[in-house]
Design a protein around this ligand. Structure first.
Ligand code: URA
Length: 451
């Protein structure tokens, strides 16, 4: 087989066979196909799209390009949640221990900050001592003790994605629903999941801003998960403003601990509800409730009982993290500088460019400019208002935190453009916009946008 023939075939809009796709994925993982040929094939796939069979073949071949985790010896339903990336999205810290408390195991392989979005691993590493790089064997031990383990990708997990993702980043081929689907699903399916709940973001803070694009990606991922024998559901959720109050690293863990200890706040009811709904779907897919709705109620009972807090605390200890800071989380938050960002007029918070808010958070030091750079544990921002809130000129819209006060100016400029105050409020949009399941995915695949 020759890569040049497979590039020509895709360039001309033909469907590749499973063997041909396997050849490409293997060649990427082993670096035996040169980058220029992989890049040309990726661009052909970006422009022509892939058939459902091709997406399935690519996902499977990428998954099998490295080591895979087998949770079957744990004897419990293995389930995970994956978000396509957001701002202030910290649901994992609530969801993983809730699902574990419901009798499921959650081998959660998470990522780092990417573009304007935060990364679960960076947030967890703000806890002194927390090790995100466990071997699969070590992850299995944590899972057998507490039922949840949040780790980073090992070097040998889906090596084909490491190569292809880096090439996509450099060749403007990231935003293809087919390639995003294969990239995300290969990593999730390599964790040996029985069930998967996808939180597909839509709106101003999402990678795919347009609802029709997000809907198509969601349906594609449900189709791919189901074909691989993993019960999969996707919730299309609103990312038109940061989720909850906090966006950054430690402050997101702190906000999660507030909810785990029963401290509620009107500005993070959205975070609490989304976490319960996603956990409810995991519980339902795992057979621990009859419906997703009763799963949500079970999730709430677990959260209110304090059991999820116990499990998260145990999990962090087993990962080497110092949980004494959980006693008084707000005391651990010690940025060198704080600054209020004030409203320059009265009115209503009418629109938020949530991607710009995400960049403001990253520029405060919560994210990195280049791969491998360290991030600040204490950088970030606290929102004091939500969409639709009435605002009086001079009141703080948010408070910024950084270890370096020269970082404030750029973030303030971004926020000035991102937060629009108008005379009239805009109607609120629902948190959950659609739910895509094995039963209704076909209708979304057919009616949704295909490039
Ligand atoms: N996250 C991934 O892991 N892959 C993509 O292609 C996009 C987001």
């Amino acid at each position: 087989m020759h890569a040049v023939d497979l590039i020509r075939k895709k360039r001309d809009g033909e469907e590749l066979t499973r063997q041909e796709i396997q050849f490409l994925a293997h060649g990427a993982a082993t670096e035996t196909i040169p980058e220029e040929q992989l890049a040309a094939w990726l661009m052909a796939a970006f422009l022509r799209g892939l058939s459902l069979t091709e997406v399935d073949a690519l996902t499977t071949a990428m998954k099998l390009s490295g080591e895979v985790f087998d949770p079957s010896s744990l004897g419990r339903f293995a389930v995970d949640k994956h978000s396509t990336g957001g701002v202030g999205d910290k649901t994992s810290f609530l969801i993983a221990p809730i699902a574990a408390a419901a009798g499921l195991v959650v081998p959660m392989i998470s990522g780092r900050a990417l573009g304007h979005t935060g990364g679960t691993l960076d947030k967890l590493e703000s806890i002194p001592g927390y090790r995100t790089q466990l071997s699969l064997k070590e992850m299995e031990q944590v899972l057998s003790k507490v039922g949840a383990s949040i780790v980073g990708q090992t070097k040998n997990l889906v090596p084909a994605d490491r190569v292809l993702y880096a090439l996509r980043d450099r060749t403007s081929t990231v935003e293809s629903p087919y390639l995003i689907c294969a990239s995300i699903m290969s990593k999730k399916l390599a964790a040996g999941l029985n069930g998967l709940v996808l939180d597909v973001k839509t709106g101003s803070g999402a990678f795919l801003r347009r609802k029709k694009d997000a809907l198509f990606l969601a349906a594609l991922m449900v189709e791919t998960g189901e074909r691989a024998g993993t019960s999969t559901a996707a919730l299309l959720t609103n990312m038109n403003q940061p989720l909850g109050r906090m966006a950054g690293n430690w402050i997101e863990v702190q906000e999660s601990l507030d909810l785990l200890t029963g401290k509620r706040h009107p500005l993070n009811e959205d975070l609490r509800e989304l976490s319960l709904l996603l956990a409810g779907w995991m519980i339902y897919l795992g057979g621990a409730s009859d419906t997703a709705e009763t799963g949500r109620d079970r999730a709430e009972e677990i959260l209110d009982s304090g059991r999820a807090l116990e499990i998260l605390t145990e999990m962090v200890k087993l990962h080497g993290g110092n949980t004494s800071i959980f006693e008084e989380p707000e005391k651990f938050h010690s940025p060198a500088f704080r600054k209020d960002f004030l409203a320059d007029r009265s009115g209503y918070l009418a629109q938020v460019d949530c991607t710009q808010v995400g960049w403001a958070v990253q520029r405060l030091g919560a994210g990195r400019e280049r791969a491998g750079e360290p991030v600040s544990a204490h950088a970030g921002l606290e929102m004091h208002v939500k969409l639709g809130h009435k605002i009086v000129a001079g009141e703080p819209l948010c408070t910024l935190f950084s270890d370096n006060d020269s970082r404030f100016l750029e973030s303030e400029t971004l926020l000035r453009q991102a937060l629009l105050i108008a005379d009239e409020p805009t109607p609120a949009e629902p948190l959950i916009q659609e739910i895509i399941t094995a039963e209704n995915k076909k209708e979304y695949l057919e009616s949704a946008h295909r490039p």
